[in-house]
Design a protein around this ligand. Structure first.
Ligand SMILES: *[C@@H]1O[C@H](CO)[C@@H](O)[C@H](O)[C@H]1NC(C)=O
Ligand SMILES: *[C@@H]1O[C@H](CO)[C@@H](O)[C@H](O)[C@H]1NC(C)=O
Ligand SMILES: *[C@@H]1O[C@H](CO)[C@@H](O)[C@H](O)[C@H]1NC(C)=O
Ligand SMILES: *[C@@H]1O[C@H](CO)[C@@H](O)[C@H](O)[C@H]1NC(C)=O
Length: 357
């Protein structure tokens, strides 16, 4: 319905060559979704950049369950952002770099697998956060042209901004800084970019904190880990997760109207790793797709150097689809918690509250 109205309006404006008629008004209570971050939210932006298969998932069996073709999503099916869009009554939010005419009225997704808050993180192979935000600024400009300043501002201030960033900074940790300094750098750079989005009208920011990355099959089979969780990486994640809320509270005091929502991904992923049957998983140790112990070698699809890989029959039984990314079933559970969960998992607002105008 919403998009129908926009189409009719564009036609009218086009036919009459009158851009002044106030036809380009937004549907009532329309809330867009803009998405930034890493592979947890990337719907295929990396399909369109010069990178390597390590940072891409546009080959089989990625996408095998829901889409039935590889879209570039690092899972068997939909991601958290896809489910949140559905719950909010929005269509699937497209990848910014996907060719074609984007409307941007419902939002757009800038996330890039492998990206971090630091430009050095996987530099040259990913779209870092700063570049993602520079793309957002282009979108803001195009929305102002399309809708006029006032309507564009309304759209941007009502919109929800979903962000998953930091994991890749901690996975590619540069040891020249201490833990505390490194986390401060990551959060410092994230803060700079949040303020840029705020300047363009963004007000409602939703975050996933850092999951227990050290307990992913990928990290458990790395040299030195010998099958158990990598405590160093988990410690960094925990430090980040303690510092992020402090930073957000500080920004809230500085910027009027700034609202945030923080999902405790560390806790909720940890609960599933510790007690898979409680959440309907048969296995939260071994990935569905990959090779070696726990299928922790990142070979899903056979294009990342190692050609042979194993694939489970039913990805719904596994928490992990590949050596580091959750399955669609896990993502759906997270999205449901983010949408309507209580303050034990998401606070101070859940996404349902965020999407109420
Ligand atoms: C893509 O990257 C490869 C390897 O890094 C490089 O050799 C090639 O020139 C790049 N192509 C473009 C179009 O940038
Ligand atoms: C690590 O940090 C130092 C100092 O900032 C820098 O010179 C170096 O290039 C970095 N190394 C990597 C691998 O990012
Ligand atoms: C942002 O990251 C860079 C490294 O990319 C670092 O030198 C700088 O200090 C960070 N900025 C803040 C505000 O932490
Ligand atoms: C690795 O784990 C195996 C089995 O749990 C054990 O026998 C072996 O001693 C461990 N190796 C190291 C270096 O800790």
């Amino acid at each position: 319905m919403a998009s129908l109205r926009v189409h009719i309006c564009s036609l009218l404006a086009y036919a009459t060559f009158v851009s002044l008629i106030s036809c380009h008004s937004l549907p009532k209570n329309h809330v867009a979704l803009f998405i930034f971050g890493d592979s947890v939210l990337d719907p295929g932006n990396n399909n369109y950049i010069n990178t390597t298969f390590r940072y891409q998932a546009n080959f089989w069996p990625y996408g095998e369950t829901f889409f039935r073709y590889p879209t570039g999503r690092f899972s068997d099916g939909r991601l958290i952002s896809d489910f949140l869009a559905e719950f909010a009554g929005l269509p699937l939010i497209p990848a910014y770099l996907q060719p074609g005419n984007h409307k941007f009225i419902d939002g757009v997704n800038f996330a890039s697998g492998g990206a971090g808050a630091l430009v050095e993180t996987n530099q040259g192979f990913v779209i870092d956060l700063k570049t993602q935000v520079s793309y957002f600024k282009k979108v803001e400009k195009s929305l102002r042209q399309e809708l006029g300043d006032e309507e564009a501002k309304k759209l941007l201030s009502r919109a929800v901004y979903l962000i998953s960033i930091g994991s890749n900074d901690y996975l590619t940790r540069n040891w020249t800084a201490s833990d505390v300094e490194y986390v401060a750098m990551v959060i410092g750079n994230l803060t700079i970019q949040l303020k840029e989005v705020y300047k363009k009208g963004g007000r409602k920011f939703g975050f996933l904190n850092i999951a227990p990355l050290g307990c992913t099959p990928l990290l458990k089979v790395q040299i030195g880990s010998n099958g158990s969780c990598n405590d160093e990486v988990n410690k960094l994640a925990q430090l980040h997760d303690r510092e992020l809320p402090k930073a957000l509270q500080k920004i809230e005091k500085q910027l009027s109207g700034f609202k945030y929502s923080n999902y405790n991904f560390y806790k909720t992923a940890g609960e599933r790793l510790n007690n898979p049957p409680k959440y309907g998983f048969k296995d939260a140790t071994t990935a569905c797709c990959g090779s070696g112990l726990y299928r922790g070698i990142d070979s899903c699809g056979g294009k990342r150097g190692v050609k042979e890989y194993e694939l489970c029959k039913n990805p719904d039984e596994n928490f992990f689809f590949d050596s580091i990314h959750p399955s669609e079933k896990a993502y759906q559970q997270f999205a449901k918690e983010m949408w309507s969960g209580g303050s034990d998992v998401i606070w101070p607002h859940n996404f349902k509250q965020f999407f109420e105008v």
